[in-house]
Design a protein around this ligand. Structure first.
Ligand SMILES: [Zn+2]
Length: 48
């Protein structure tokens, strides 16, 4: 396992966040989106 696939709820971009803790238990994640270039809410798509 490398991390989690996150989907930005603002622009729809999917990207990989390389952390090992259980993000899926947190619900929506407020994180920097590389495409929006600002912080936005993300959904956890799946484990990668
Ligand atoms: Zn975005």
């Amino acid at each position: 396992m490398r991390g989690w696939r996150l989907k930005c709820t603002q622009c729809g971009a999917e990207w990989i966040l390389n952390v090992s803790f259980r993000l899926n238990e947190m619900g929506k994640i407020y994180h920097y989106c590389p495409k929006c270039r600002e912080n936005s809410f993300h959904e956890v798509v799946d484990k990668v």
